[in-house]
Design a protein around this ligand. Structure first.
Ligand code: CU
Length: 258
């Protein structure tokens, strides 16, 4: 008896108030649907590393997974979400300032910016300050990482706009089987550059959004409210394209689906 009442309530209210259900749909979709992000990780510094990253952003909660292989075995691998610059990965063949032109982390700051989120294991911190918290980063030739992280508001906003680059660090440039060599790390001179040079990079893209389609799909016969919701959604996309040129370009695939 109680259950039946509960299920009927929203419909009954909508009927009484006379609100088109289609108008209510986008608001609730907004609350429940997070922003889904995905990235293909490609090698830097000829590391041979490949992988994927996936994330779901709901408010300030970022659930993130990283899967990668081909890293230097038995060695820690710092991993971050970088934000800033052009929010892009550098050309894999970009010449850097390291040994024999190796790409050091800051060489590509114009492309992927700085460390915004440190993807440590518990109990490591997740801010930029934990960027070289080596004991809490994954160790070994494969990474299978998952954590839910609370990110600051500005980081959440950037990620929701498709601005974010996943970077895995640590590469064995001289095939010695360990982090060594004479060139210092640009991030920490007490480490060899091999410990921190980027090994893989992937740009987060926003997966297709379901909100506008939901609005249309539930519209049925009465279209007045649905059209308004659709126009609002289109306006938001246009605004986004103007303000965030880079992000909009990278999201084109998703936008075209409509
Ligand atoms: Cu990094």
């Amino acid at each position: 008896m109680r259950t039946t009442k509960k299920h009927l309530a929203p419909l009954a209210i909508a009927a009484i108030v006379g609100l088109p259900l289609a108008v209510a749909a986008p608001a609730s979709a907004d609350n429940h649907d997070g922003t889904e992000l995905s990235a293909d990780l490609g090698q830097l510094n000829d590391s041979g590393v490949s992988g994927t990253a996936w994330a779901m952003l709901e408010g300030n909660q970022l659930q993130i997974q990283v899967e990668a292989e081909g890293l230097l075995a038995d060695s820690p691998h710092a991993q971050h979400i970088h934000i800033g610059g052009q929010n892009m990965c550098p050309d894999p063949n970009m010449e850097g300032s390291g040994f024999q032109g190796a790409l050091q982390t800051t060489d590509a700051a114009d492309q992927y910016g700085g460390i915004a989120v440190s993807l440590t294991n518990e109990p490591g911190g997740t801010g930029p300050d934990s960027g070289l918290d080596i004991p809490n980063f994954p160790v070994g030739d494969t990474v299978s990482y998952e954590r839910t992280i609370e990110v600051p508001q500005d980081v959440a906003a950037d990620l929701a706009d498709g601005n974010g680059v996943v970077v895995l660090h640590g590469v064995d440039l001289n095939d010695s089987g360990a982090y060594d060599g004479d060139v210092e790390s640009d991030l920490d001179p007490s480490l060899p550059e091999e410990a921190t040079n980027p090994a893989a990079c992937g740009e987060f893209d926003v997966a297709q959004m379901s909100m506008p389609e939901d609005g249309v799909a539930t519209g049925g016969g009465s279209t007045q409210g649905t059209e308004n919701a659709g126009m609002l959604a289109m306006g938001a996309v246009a605004l986004g394209a103007g303000a965030f040129g880079v992000a909009a370009t990278r999201r084109r695939g998703a936008d075209n689906r409509r």
